[in-house]
Design a protein around this ligand. Structure first.
Ligand code: NAD
Length: 258
């Protein structure tokens, strides 16, 4: 059967937060369709993740340890990708951090930290990527990973800083989509609901009542898998979605339809 994401073959993709979790699953999905992939992640183990990707999928892969909140480091990382793998025409921004504080307790420092990674980091990498596309005269596609928390207030946990950051990510995505479609860079978002990763592992293992409440609100009955998000990301990254611009694809097992 023809792979309807076949145009990903031979393309170069950058995945932030690609060292594990949803980012790594996105990288695996893109590699399965034949893309070369650069993983950008804070964790030094990102090199091992890239090596695993290359071995398992037979594609070129690169791991770059970088803090996406550092503009110079981001510019250097994207330049390293161009020099090593070629000009990237796919970007997935999956790097992100949670922020679980009661609204009375959330500090200015915590809010700024969450915004720095989730919003500023997303913008910095998207800028470096889009500049490279523009300078090379190439189009491309950006898929930002938001969250249903950008639109609703998750319960029972308190996470106002995270919710605000994800709302900002979704709004940023629409602005970038409008400004960049004119030179062929499409920007869209995927908004996951609850997904089994390191971000949710502690809750799953230690807070059964909380997780039971999450499950009771998910029509599909359980948390999602990183691959569920990755399939949606691959669709938006590929030309299968060529007329989809500035949209958010929600992948939440139905959580937000209730
Ligand atoms: P995760 O913690 O497993 O992975 C996040 C990755 O981002 C890590 O490898 C981490 O090192 C990296 N990262 C963090 N800060 C960074 C920085 N400053 N520079 C570079 N890399 C950095 O989490 P995940 O669940 O895979 O989350 C991926 C994305 O999906 C996040 O944006 C998260 O907000 C979003 N999301 C997750 C869920 C969920 O339930 N897991 C739900 C909705 C949205």
């Amino acid at each position: 059967m023809e792979d309807f994401l076949g145009d990903l073959a031979g393309r170069v993709a950058i995945v932030t937060g690609g060292g594990r979790g949803i980012g790594f699953a996105c990288a695996q999905r893109l590699a399965r369709s034949g893309a070369s992939v650069a993983l950008l992640d804070l964790r030094p183990e990102v090199a091992d993740a890239a090596a695993r990707l290359a071995t398992e999928h037979g594609v070129a892969a690169l791991g770059v340890a970088v803090d996406i909140t550092d503009p110079d480091a981001v510019t250097a990382a994207v330049a390293e990708v161009s020099a090593t793998l070629g000009v990237a025409t796919v970007l997935v921004t999956a790097a992100g951090i949670p922020g679980n504080d009661d609204a009375f307790d959330v500090t200015r420092e915590r809010l700024e930290q969450v915004m720095a990674v989730n919003v500023t980091g997303t913008l910095l990498v998207a800028q470096a990527f889009a500049r490279t596309c523009r300078d090379a005269g190439r189009g491309g596609s950006v898929v930002v990973v938001g969250s249903i928390s950008g639109r609703i207030v998750n319960v029972p946990q308190r996470q106002s800083a995270y919710n605000a950051s994800k709302a900002a990510v979704e709004s940023l995505m629409r602005s970038l989509a409008l400004e960049w479609i004119g030179f062929g860079v499409r920007v869209n978002a995927v908004s996951p609901g609850y997904v089994r990763t390191e971000m949710t592992r502690w809750d799953v293992e230690n807070l059964p009542d909380r997780v039971a409440e999450w499950r009771s609100r998910i029509p599909a009955g359980d948390l999602g898998r990183p691959e569920d998000v990755a399939n949606a990301v691959a669709f938006l990254a590929s030309s299968a979605s060529s007329y989809v611009v500035g949209q958010t694809l929600v992948v939440d097992g139905g959580y937000t339809i209730l």
